[in-house]
Design a protein around this ligand. Structure first.
Ligand code: PMT
Length: 396
C-alpha cells in the first residue's frame, strides 16, 4: 500500500521515524511530506533514509509532474502525525499553502490525523471546533494520549504510540474478510504460583498473540483475547479477559468455545503447576538449602478444545503454536509436524525460540503447517506473521 505520511512542526515530529519504520517493515511504500516547520525538528535526510524515498516539501519544485495531484491521487492512505494545532486549523479551513495541504485537498484517500500539543491548546475552543469540523468531514482524528508533555507538565496532548496510530490508520482501509467471524485468541505466558510471592512462569510477552488479535480486529473479526500476564492490555475493538494461570485459561476457553468460529492458542501455557501452593511466603530460613516442589500436570487446553470440537461437532477451526528449540529449519518442521499430530489441531504455527529469538521480540520467523500438509514460511514483524496465519485460517 502507498502511504503518504505528513509530518508537521511539533516536538513529537521525531516519533515519525518509528511510524515510517513500522510501515516500511510491514511492506508499505511510504512517502513522507514534512512541513517546513517539521524540518526544524527532524532532518529530511533521516526521513529519506528511513522511508527509502526522496523528501521534498517544496510545492514549487518538480512542477511539471503536478506533484501534489500525483501524490494525492496515488496515495491509498494518508496519515498526518504529529499534527499541530496550527495544522488542524489550516486543514479545517481548507488552506493549501504548502505541499501537504495541497496533497490533502487533491486526494480521495482515507486520512488519519494524530494531533500532539499542550493540553491547553487541545482544549482551546478553536482547536475543538477544528477537530469537530474535520471529524464531520470523515477525517479520522485521534484523541491525543495523556501523559508527560514537553516540559514538566502532564496532561492530554501526547502523540499516541506509533503502533496505535498505524493500527487506527490501517483500519480505515482494511480488508474485512473476517467480518462477523468470532475468534478466541490466547496470549502471554501463564504463571503458576509457588507461594504468594513466587511463581513458575515463562518468557512469553504476549506480543505474538496480541498481534494476531489486533490483526483479526482490523479484518473485521469479533475477537476475545485471554491474556495471561500482559499487564493492562487494551485492544480497541476486542474484549480482553485476564487468564493468568492454566486453570483460569482453561475455564475461560471452555466457557467461550461454543460461540467461536476459531480458536488460536498463542499463549505459552505451563504444562505443570505446583501441587500444594503455600498460603504464606516460604522462608529460606525455615527451608534450608533445598526445596522440593511437587508438580502436577496442567490440562492441555488446546488438545481439550480439539476433543470437544470433535465430540460436540463444533464448527470451530483450531490453530496451535509450537515453541521449539529446534536449531534448524528441518528440525523445526519435524517437531511442528509431530505437534500438529499430537494436538490434532487444524493448523500449527511453529517458531524456534532458541536463544530468546522470539520471546519479547518484535519479529518472528514461523513455519505454518496445515493438516493437509501445506507448509508456509513467514519471517517478519509479528504483525506480518499474524497476517499470514489469518490468511491461512480464512482459507479454511
Ligand atoms: O509472547 P511472545 O513473546 O510474542 O512470544 C510468542 C510465543 C513464542 C509465546 C508464541 O509464538 C508461541 O510459540 N506460543 C506457544 C508457546 C507454547 O506454549 O508452545 P508449546 O509447544 O509448549 O505448546 C503447544 C501448543 O499447546 C500451544 O498452542 C499452547 O498454547 C498449547 N498448550 C500448551 C500447554 C498446555 N498445557 N495447554 C495448551 O493449550
Amino acid at each position: 500500500m502507498r502511504v503518504v505520511l505528513g509530518v508537521t512542526g511539533g516536538i513529537a515530529a521525531y516519533k515519525a521515524t518509528s511510524i515510517i519504520r513500522l510501515l516500511t517493515e510491514a511492506g508499505h511504500e511510504v512517502k513522507v511530506i514534512p512541513t517546513q516547520n517539521a524540518l526544524r525538528f527532524i532532518g529530511a535526510t533521516t526521513l529519506e533514509a528511513l522511508s527509502h524515498n526522496s523528501v521534498d516539501p517544496d510545492l514549487y519544485t518538480d512542477v511539471e509532474s503536478v506533484k501534489h495531484v500525483e501524490l494525492g491521487k496515488s496515495a491509498d492512505l494518508i496519515i498526518v502525525a504529529p499534527a499541530t494545532a496550527s495544522f488542524l486549523a489550516r486543514y479545517a479551513a481548507g488552506i493549501a499553502d504548502d505541499l501537504l495541504g495541497n496533497v490533502l485537498l487533491a486526494s480521495n484517500a482515507p486520512v488519519l490525523v494524530a494531533p500532539a500539543m499542550h493540553t491547553e491548546m487541545w482544549n482551546n475552543a478553536a482547536t475543538v471546533a477544528n477537530v469537530e469540523t474535520l471529524r464531520a468531514r470523515g477525517i479520522e482524528v485521534l484523541t491525543p494520549a495523556a501523559g508527560r508533555l514537553t516540559g514538566e507538565d502532564t496532561g492530554v496532548g501526547r502523540l499516541p504510540e506509533p503502533e496505535e496510530i498505524i493500527e487506527a490508520a490501517l483500519a480505515l482501509v482494511s480488508v474485512r474478510d473476517l467480518a462477523g467471524k468470532r475468534i478466541l485468541v490466547t496470549a502471554g505466558g501463564t504463571r503458576e504460583a509457588i507461594d504468594p510471592v513466587r511463581y513458575i512462569g515463562n518468557h512469553s510477552s504476549g506480543k505474538q498473540g496480541v498481534a494476531i488479535a489486533r490483526e483479526a480486529v482490523r479484518r473485521g473479526a469479533k475477537v476475545t483475547v485471554l491474556a495471561a500476564n500482559i499487564g493492562s492490555l487494551q485492544i480497541s475493538g476486542a474484549t480482553v479477559i485476564a487468564a493468568d494461570t492454566a486453570i483460569e485459561m482453561e475455564h475461560q476457553v471452555n466457557h467461550l468455545l461454543r460461540d467461536q468460529d476459531a480458536f488460536i492458542s498463542a499463549a505459552a501455557v505451563s504444562d505443570f503447576r505446583v501441587a500444594e501452593v503455600s498460603p504464606t511466603k516460604l522462608k529460606r530460613s525455615q527451608l534450608g538449602d533445598q526445596i522440593n516442589l511437587r508438580l502436577i500436570a496442567n490440562p492441555d487446553i488446546l488438545a481439550g478444545v480439539v476433543s470437544r470440537v470433535r465430540e460436540e461437532n463444533l464448527d470451530v477451526r483450531t490453530v496451535g503454536f509450537a515453541a521449539e528449540t529446534a536449531g534448524s529449519h528441518w528440525a523445526l518442521a519435524e517437531l511442528a509436524k509431530a505437534k500438529l499430530g499430537s494436538k490434532g489441531c487444524d493448523v500449527i504455527v511453529a517458531n524456534d525460540v532458541s536463544e530468546s529469538a522470539v520471546f519479547g521480540a518484535e519479529h518472528n520467523d514461523a513455519l505454518i503447517i496445515t493438516r493437509d500438509g501445506k507448509e508456509t514460511r513467514v519471517a517478519g514483524t509479528k504483525t506480518a506473521v499474524a497476517s499470514v496465519v489469518l490468511d491461512i485460517l480464512a482459507g479454511l
